[in-house]
Write a protein that binds this ligand. Sequence first.
Ligand SMILES: Nc1ncnc2c1ncn2[C@@H]1O[C@H](COP(=O)(O)OP(=O)(O)O)[C@@H](O)[C@H]1O
Ligand SMILES: [Mg+2]
Length: 212
Amino acid sequence: MKTTGGIARTVGVLGHELRNPLAAALTGAALLRELVDADDPRRRIADGVAHELQRMSALIDSYLDFARCGQAKKEPVQLAVVLAASASRRQGVTVDGALDAEVLGDRALLERAFDNLIDNAFAAGAHAVRIDARIEGATLRISVEDDGPGVPPELRARIFDLGYSRHGSTGLGLGFVAEVLRAHRGAIVCENGSCGARVVLRMPLHTACAEA
Ligand SMILES: Nc1ncnc2c1ncn2[C@@H]1O[C@H](COP(=O)(O)OP(=O)(O)O)[C@@H](O)[C@H]1O
Ligand SMILES: [Mg+2]
């Protein structure tokens, strides 16, 4: 337990230390691209450098997200607040159901988790995402369903593996979402959606609002 916390802290510190020099390198790469004509063969090299630096930046952001899970807060969080923030970032996201439910946890981490799920849906080709919250006894069940191509049954467990990506991205998003759920004593699964993909999150309700 102590070791896990130590690693999370080290990753967190390292991530923050790398962010500033990386931001400077990204700015430099962008300036370099502007100095080279679009049809100049050197432009491809500059594009490649910028692309790799962006990948590195995305990786560091993902590791920082993971590190934050080790220090998740335990505060009352209203689902409506979390979903309003995540849904407002993109067009085509609707939220419905038991939005006044509360969980005990970390608002920022939960928001990042829903941001990841919404981004995944649109990256897969969906045009709409529907988030629906239901109370099942002492548990809050939230489904995130989209109208994209869905996830084939044989891949539904694998998509949570760290590094697994079908669109050349970091492949850390769903692993992070699963970690956020663990930090909230919950779990996530991918199911058959009515048309596209459906992921279902379950976590304990804040006792004050659990059904008797
Ligand atoms: N809503 C979705 N619809 C279809 N495929 C999905 C969906 N969400 C996740 N996936 C698949 O799961 C893979 C892993 O997702 P994730 O861990 O977020 O990594 P990344 O987004 O970096 O690829 C994605 O590359 C994609 O193939
Ligand atoms: Mg993702």
